[in-house]
Write a protein that binds this ligand. Structure first.
Ligand code: UDX
Length: 435
């Protein structure tokens, strides 16, 4: 099957490489010549474990190619996937659909033969209808079906998530689209991945509902963590105690500094706007978004308290800048709010991240960037773990203690048992634990 993917960002690139690996012939398109030039040189524009090798082997096999020429990719394709960005629109929080609609217009001009145009980007309900309207208006003669196929992959585990999905959601409005989408996903279909056939609008809403539910789960356990601290309970045991109930499930119950990333903050906001526009406010999600924003800022108070109530003139070492491990993505990362609040409180900040340094240097002023965790701790008054990179899970505590000015560990991901930190003479502040 011949596929064109419009947009070679996270979703486009990972999906393109995986579809090629299934045996399809994939052309990945991007309107950024620098990005396409990088990909043609075999360099990855993002950090994602395993992606470089997967791309290289499929390019070698002749199944994956890159181009800026949308028209030729689309005219040769049976399926065109739109995987461009849908950032928050400045000012009002709605999803900005200008890239999706721009892509639809360009695609329309190049369509040849029956083609299924699929939105893979996360798009609000009704976007598929508008994509279809744009295409039909521009090309009344085009033989086109428009489908929705939201992508649920996580950064850092993107290839595994794509190849072994919990489910595939396919929103279609006609039988021809169904046959083509079935063929597209045949390798996964044979693997017995559950496929949910829905209407286009239902598929679009399913993606937002999934992300909003996960954001709610995290925010719920974060608030329970705060309560644990007040009443002397342990949030990790509470999470296990509730998670073993199959109706709740144990995943996404790790209390921490609040969720960040490219999806949850913008998608919860877009869902809130959709609800408000349709007179059906999703109040629970409105609260989740507000509580999470406040939480990210309030993490600095923990550091302040651990440092005796003042940060003026003190140095804080921050370990982990990306919004989660195994990515170089810093979008809406808790570290950004924390560092801003630490600086407002008069602290100097040293920081280190295993993969995010290049991005961090572009985003953060007035921060001293260290070469590793120990260099980061050198001379600091407190060490704060913000992102749970594996490289931070077995640090040499004695060495850290000898480097730090004060043995204070603020562990916002609960990766060190309190007893272990205490054994090495650290004052340890975690999340939702007092004993
Ligand atoms: C998420 C969804 O998981 C994915 O299905 C969707 O396609 C895109 O959005 P991603 O943003 O890559 O994926 O990361 P994820 O692993 O879900 O983590 C999101 C945020 O929640 C991170 O900041 C993470 O630290 C936080 N989180 C996650 C918690 O604080 N606690 C948890 O238990 C789980």
């Amino acid at each position: 099957m011949r596929i064109a993917i419009i947009g070679s960002g996270y979703v486009g690139l990972v999906s393109g490489a995986c579809f090629a690996d299934f045996g399809h012939a994939v052309t990945a398109v991007d309107n950024d010549p620098a990005k396409i030039a990088m990909l043609l040189r075999g360099e990855m524009p993002i950090y994602e474990p395993g992606l470089g090798d997967l791309v290289a082997s499929n390019v070698r096999a002749g199944r994956l190619s890159f181009t800026t020429d949308l028209a030729s990719a689309v005219s040769a394709a049976e399926v065109v996937l739109i995987a461009v960005g849908t950032p928050s629109r400045r000012g009002d929080g709605h999803a900005d659909l200008s890239y999706v609609y721009g892509a639809a217009r360009e695609i329309a001009g190049a369509l040849q033969g029956h083609t299924v145009v699929v939105t893979k980007s996360t798009v609000p309900v009704g976007t598929g209808d508008e994509v279809e309207r744009i295409i039909r208006e521009a090309r009344p003669d085009a033989d086109v079906s428009v489908a929705s196929n939201p992508e649920f992959l996580r950064e850092g585990a993107a290839i595994v998530d794509f190849k072994r999905p919990d489910r595939i959601v396919l929103g279609i409005e006609d039988d021809r689209a169904r046959a083509v989408m079935q063929e597209l996903y045949r390798p996964l279909y044979l693997n017995q991945a559950p496929i949910l056939w829905t209407s286009r609008r239902t598929a679009e809403l399913t993606k937002y509902a999934a992300n909003a539910f996960l954001a709610t789960k995290i925010t719920f356990i974060n608030e329970i963590a705060d309560l644990c601290e007040k009443v002397g309970a342990d949030v990790q045991q509470v999470a296990r105690g509730i998670g073993l109930d199959n109706r709740i499930g144990s995943k996404f119950l790790h209390a921490g500094p609040g969720y960040g990333g490219s999806c949850f903050p913008k998608d919860t906001m877009a869902l809130i706007k959709t609800g408000q526009d349709h007179g059906a406010s999703v109040r629970i999600v409105e609260t989740v978004a507000a509580v999470n924003d406040q939480r990210k800022r309030s993490m600095a108070k923990k550091v302040l308290a651990a440092c005796g109530g003042s940060l003026r003139g003190k140095t804080v070492a921050v370990l982990g800048l990306t919004f989660k491990p195994n990515t170089d993505d810093m979008r809406d990362a808790p570290s950004l709010s924390l560092i801003a609040a630490l600086k407002d409180a008069g602290a100097r900040v040293r920081a280190y991240d295993p993969e995010g340094m290049e991005v961090a240097r572009r985003m953060l002023d007035d921060v001293i960037f260290a070469s590793d965790a120990y260099d980061c701790a050198d001379g600091a008054d407190a060490l704060v773990i913000v992102t749970e990179w594996d490289a931070f899970r077995a640090l040499d505590m004695s060495r850290l203690k000898s480097l730090l000015k004060a043995a204070v560990l603020v562990d916002l991901r609960n990766i060190y048992p309190r007893e272990e930190a205490a054994r090495h003479g650290f004052v340890h502040v975690g999340i939702g634990r007092t004993a």
